[in-house]
Design a protein around this ligand. Structure first.
Ligand SMILES: Nc1ncnc2c1ncn2[C@@H]1O[C@H](COP(=O)(O)OP(=O)(O)OP(=O)(O)O)[C@@H](O)[C@H]1O
Ligand SMILES: C[C@@](O)(CCOP(=O)(O)O)CC(=O)O
Length: 446
């Protein structure tokens, strides 16, 4: 196993800052999740050819496999030898090869096995395979046919595949080093943006790399202004963007206060983020400057939410007894209006939700449609619930509740008709981003 390394990166839930985070002036609150994407990379035997193959395999999804041939007749050429498509994997191979400039002569082939934790996809007819260390679900369908749950699978894939390939082409890669994490982040953002065609805010990639963060995006022009990959300036411009350019973005690590956790409810079919974003952008432009005021109201609510969470963390450290009784008050379901920090957090989220409901009515984008409003309002009646939102772009696919550790949401909602459409996901917040794993922990799982 000497030529083998393994890495993993977390999924995400955007609790505050949906839509606004597309604009660099607004902050967002992103929680990394315990459902992780994993990559096990090994160098195969070297060959005497003037090219090498990068194999990306997802045994979990019907043995999906993509083989990228890397050659350098003039500039680098990368293509999938069977014409199969995985835009995210392909873009990562292209960007990493352009950045690392590996020698194609006598270069060993590289194989990466990807595994995704159960939370990323609906269970369906999948079968569970496990060893003492890991467990993954195996589907009889290809990756694009298995419904996703909105945890950021493409961001996790891009981040973990980038890290795997860098560990082969850039000897001595250390995910504990700020410098190397920065390179992983920059390459992953570039590959993810280029693969998606649409430029998201990158919060999902930043969370995959850095963990739970307060995130303010980089200027989209940094990537948009890259020359085309066919241009002879591309390699130098790419290296400059990755190694020396100041991306001027924020990724301050955060953690939910002790005794507080996140629980995700998977509601039903996913929502098309791209379509929602397009409708909101149209609404914003057609209703400016009133829409700017709406955004300012939402941003004020987001900031008060973040400030309230920080106050909870401070209280838990400075006055553990008062903090303990605050958690008990939440758990008992008693009236907590007299507790200022709880009122602050709840009023902040109510302010955000009221404006999301207005945008839903006016834009036609189902950010917080009535059925989700009802579900969140019902959730607020449950013991231990501090607050709840539709995460990210919203829509019909999920709700996210911030609760006490001891709140047992699944048992409180069992046989409750109002929650019949909700599957509580067995995951929680996790503050760490990309980490190195023990490759032996993946043995026997294929
Ligand atoms: N385990 C995996 N193995 C290989 N490719 C993967 C894997 N997980 C995700 N991908 C790639 O990412 C694509 C899904 O990305 P897409 O942008 O459609 O969804 P997403 O917004 O990342 O999903 P979600 O946030 O719901 O997880 C897949 O079609 C595939 O190309
Ligand atoms: C709408 C947006 O702000 C958040 C999308 O979040 P999600 O993919 O629904 O988790 C888009 C973005 O930030 O990339």
């Amino acid at each position: 196993m000497t030529n083998t390394r393994a890495f993993s990166a977390p999924g995400k839930a955007l609790l505050a800052g949906g839509y606004l985070v597309l604009d660099p002036q607004y902050r967002s609150y992103v929680v990394a999740l315990s459902s992780r994407m994993h990559g096990v990379v090994r160098r195969k035997t070297s060959n005497s050819e003037s090219w090498f193959i990068v194999t990306v395999r997802s045994t979990q999804f019907n043995g999906d496999e993509w083989n990228y041939k890397v050659s350098k007749p003039a500039g680098y050429e990368v293509y999938e030898v069977n014409g199969l498509r995985n835009p995210f994997a392909e873009q990562v191979v292209k960007v990493v090869v352009s950045y690392c400039q590996p020698n194609v002569l006598n270069m060993s082939d590289v194989a990466v096995e990807i595994y995704s934790d159960p939370g990323y996809h609906s269970v369906g007819e999948s079968k569970l395979k496990k060893n003492e260390e890991k467990q993954f679900r195996f589907h009889d369908s290809t990756i694009t046919e298995v419904p996703k749950t909105g945890l950021g699978s493409s961001a996790g894939l891009v981040t973990v595949l980038t890290t795997c390939l860098l560990s082969v082409f850039c000897r001595g890669l250390d995910v504990g080093s700020e410098k190397d994490l920065g390179i992983i982040h920059n390459i992953s953002q570039i590959a993810h943006c280029q693969a998606q065609g649409k430029v998201g805010s990158g919060f999902d990639v930043a969370a995959a790399v850095f963990g739970s963060i307060i995130y303010q995006r980089f200027d989209a022009k940094l990537i948009e202004n890259l020359p085309t990959s066919q241009s002879r300036d591309y390699d130098a411009a790419l290296r400059d963007l990755i190694d020396t350019t100041n991306w001027n973005f924020t990724h301050d690590n955060i953690t939910l206060p002790s005794g507080i956790r996140l629980i995700m409810g998977d509601v039903s079919s996913g929502s098309e983020t791209t379509k929602l974003v397009a409708k909101v952008k149209t609404w914003y432009n057609e209703n400016y400057p009133r829409s700017l005021n709406v955004y300012r109201e939402i941003n004020d609510g987001n900031s008060k939410f973040i400030d309230g969470i920080e106050k909870l963390t401070e209280l838990s450290k400075k006055d553990p007894l008062s903090y303990e009784s605050l958690l008990k008050a939440l758990d008992s379901g008693s009236d907590t209006k007299a507790i200022p920090v709880i009122s602050q957090i709840r009023q902040a989220i109510d302010q955000v939700r009221r404006n999301f409901q207005l945008m839903t009515q006016e834009s036609g984008a189902d950010i917080e449609p009535p059925v989700q409003t009802e579900l969140l309002n019902q959730s607020m009646q449950l013991k231990g619930v501090l607050t709840g939102v539709v995460p990210g772009a919203g829509g019909y696919d999920a709700i996210a509740l911030v609760t006490t550790e001891s709140a047992n949401i699944p048992s409180q909602t069992l046989n409750n008709e109002r929650f019949s459409a909700v599957t509580w996901l067995d995951l929680r917040q996790e503050n760490i981003g990309v980490i190195e794993e023990n490759p032996l922990h993946y043995e026997g799982l294929q």
